[in-house]
Design a protein around this ligand. Structure first.
Ligand code: COA
Length: 202
């Protein structure tokens, strides 16, 4: 009902995820990861990595953790189904830091994942009343939700790791006040990769 004015336009609303969202989140997590990174790694490595890190149980675990929060980016209803819920096309996940080689502080929070299908990155974002929020892109809306959740969890600093070649994400993080503070090594399938670590105060 609230989307009737935007029939035919792809819109995004945000909502907190619950444990019931784990299956949808696992599919969207895997698909957005593949869309973003298939170019970077051999097929078997990326398939092994995706199966392991985007399993339903992984998301169910995060969604049950008191120190984690997931916000979903959801489309408006499908064409011809104005009363049906939309689909998950992006998300942001924050959690207690999982950066073994980095000296984390007790009040650090990690922005573990922020992903949006490219098709929806410019879609209008709707507020709780179904009105378009001017000048707000979906990625920024997800980041704003992550910052608010991290503060609500008592966090004083938000950390994240990203591949040095992920220039679009890095530009987005810099615009949001993140600065480089270190590096880390991690495994994707059989390959060892390195990430830059960024941080911003909350
Ligand atoms: C990381 C990610 C969520 C950032 O979202 P995004 O939409 O790309 O980022 P931004 O909102 O900053 O938008 C970037 C583009 O929009 C433009 N833009 C940003 N804010 C704008 C605004 N208010 N109005 C108009 N244009 C804007 C930027 O100039 C840039 O333009 P370009 O498309 O011509 O390059 C998204 O790129 C993504 O899902 N990437 C794949 C997954 C990924 O890498 N995740 C991070 C892993 S660490």
């Amino acid at each position: 009902m609230q989307h009737a004015a935007f029939e035919g336009i792809e819109t995004i609303t945000l909502r907190p995820a619950t444990v019931e969202d784990a299956p949808a989140l696992a599919l969207t997590g895997a698909a957005t990861f593949l869309e973003a990174f298939t170019w970077m790694l051999p097929g078997p490595d990326i398939v092994a990595h995706t199966r392991k890190h985007h399993a339903v149980e992984v998301y169910a675990h995060y969604l049950a953790e008191p120190g984690s929060r997931v916000t979903l980016a959801v489309t408006g209803p499908a064409v011809g189904c104005p009363d049906q819920p939309g689909s998950v096309v992006g998300y942001v996940l924050i959690c207690a830091p999982e950066l073994p080689s980095f000296p984390v502080l007790p009040t650090d929070v990690e922005l573990k994942r922020i992903y949006l299908f490219s098709r929806f990155r410019s879609a209008p974002v709707l507020d709780a009343y179904g009105r378009i929020i001017a000048n707000l892109r979906p990625a920024q809306a997800l980041m704003d939700a992550a910052l608010a959740d991290a503060r609500a969890l008592g966090g004083s600093r938000l950390l994240l790791g990203t591949h040095a070649g992920n220039s679009r994400a890095i530009a987005f993080y810099r615009r949001n006040g993140f600065r480089e503070v270190g590096t880390r090594l991690f495994q994707v399938g059989s390959r060892q990769c390195s990430d830059l670590i960024f941080a911003r105060q909350l």
